[in-house]
Design a binder for this molecule. Structure first.
Ligand code: KG4
Ligand code: ZN
Length: 351
């Protein structure tokens, strides 16, 4: 079911600059009233890290240092605004790579100091949630999600089921006990020699394969709302070793399709179960793995309540989502101080 909820803004006018450097994207954006994207600039480091087959933290920090100034400058230029036209500066405080977070935080502090604007530390996961409230001028309004809603955040570092009864109100229902969903995609892609990042590579390979070719395990974990993907990853590894011993070409498309099917099955079933139990009006899916077409289609056709999934450019890391969440924090009176530290392991439930 598609989203059909309210299209009116529920915030007074506020313009927030967002800065995101928690992982391998250097990003800045300006968002108005938690909804309208006035600019959104993202410099991805993906090609730089592809040669290592994963993210190399020190390389990420140094790349952020080189890019951050010009990315922020571009975001202000694209929005046709000066710092003096803004109400605040939101920056990702965590979770993320410590050395990478510090680059964005220090940039935000410098801007806050020189402009007198307040600084707002935003949780990266909260940013992914607020990507569902955003829109560009050229897009049809997606409608505001309605509360209570059940959110699944699926990214490279997180798999979290969260109940939101209102803005800025998060109840964590469960999360991964081992690998995050995106991490499982990345590891299986490496195993199949499909490159980095693994999510898009597995998705493309899976399109050529049969999702029922291999019966990979699903970790239901009883009635728990937690997730586990390490057993699935090990089952794929064992199957690959067995097939390699047999000789002949590896059926990578069938393995990718069957693996993707197993991940999507668990994510969709657990999300819909939780939405039923908590009588959610709507389901939100966000984070890098929400770009996955199989996940998007399966949950939309399985759910009886509307499912809101951001457009692809807002699924992976960006600063519009940080600015969007920052608008809600700003309007709720939240302010941080210039001695704000990075919070590399900051859980959403602590907010
Ligand atoms: O949200 P994100 O950009 O960064 C984190 O906060 O972690 O998510 C990145 C993750 C990576 O693991 C990547 O493989 C995965 O999202 N991803 C996908 C797809 N596109 C990106 N996973 C499955 N299917 C996709 N199409
Ligand atoms: Zn992310």
């Amino acid at each position: 079911m598609e989203s059909n909820s309210s299209q009116e803004s529920d915030l007074p006018l506020s313009r927030i600059l967002g800065i995101e450097t928690s992982c391998d994207e250097t990003a800045a954006a300006v968002v108005e009233d938690g909804r309208n994207i006035l600019s959104n600039v993202v410099a991805s480091q993906v090609e730089l890290h592809a040669q290592f087959g994963g993210i190399f933290p020190e390389v990420a920090s140094r790349e952020h240092i080189k890019k951050i100034y010009s990315i922020v400058d571009q975001a202000l230029k694209d929005a046709h605004l000066a710092l003096t036209d803004l109400d605040g500066i939101a920056v990702t405080r965590g979770p993320g790579l410590p050395g990478a977070l510090v680059v964005g935080i220090n940039m935000a502090k410098g801007l806050a100091l020189s402009s007198g604007l307040p600084i707002l530390g935003v949780n990266h996961l909260e940013g992914h949630l607020y990507s569902s409230w955003l829109q560009r001028e050229e897009d049809a309004p997606p409608g505001y999600p309605t509360f209570p809603l059940l959110a699944l955040i699926v990214s490279g570092g997180h798999t979290e089921l969260v109940l939101m009864r209102d803005h800025l109100d998060y109840q964590r229902l469960g999360g991964t006990l081992d690998d995050a969903a995106g991490e499982a995609f990345d590891k299986v892609a490496r195993l199949l020699d499909l490159g980095f990042p693994g999510g898009p590579a597995i998705q493309a390979e899976a399109e050529k394969g049969n999702p029922e070719a291999f019966d990979f395990p699903r970790a239901w974990l009883g009635g728990s709302r937690d997730f586990s993907f390490s057993g699935l990853k090990t089952a794929v590894l064992r199957e690959v070793r067995r097939l390699e011993e047999e000789g002949g070409p590896l059926p990578t498309a069938d393995i990718a399709a069957s693996f993707q099917e197993a991940v999507v099955d668990v994510l969709v079933t657990k999300t819909i179960d939780a939405a039923d139990e908590y009588k959610a009006e709507e389901i939100l899916i966000s984070g890098g793995v929400s770009a996955n077409q199989s996940l998007r289609q399966t949950i939309r056709s399985a759910s009886e309540v509307p499912v809101h999934i951001p457009p692809l450019f807002l699924c992976t890391d960006n600063a519009a989502m940080i600015a969007g969440a920052g608008c809600y924090r700003y309007c709720a009176g939240w302010r941080d101080t210039l001695d704000m530290d990075a919070a590399p392991t900051w859980p959403l439930s602590e907010l």
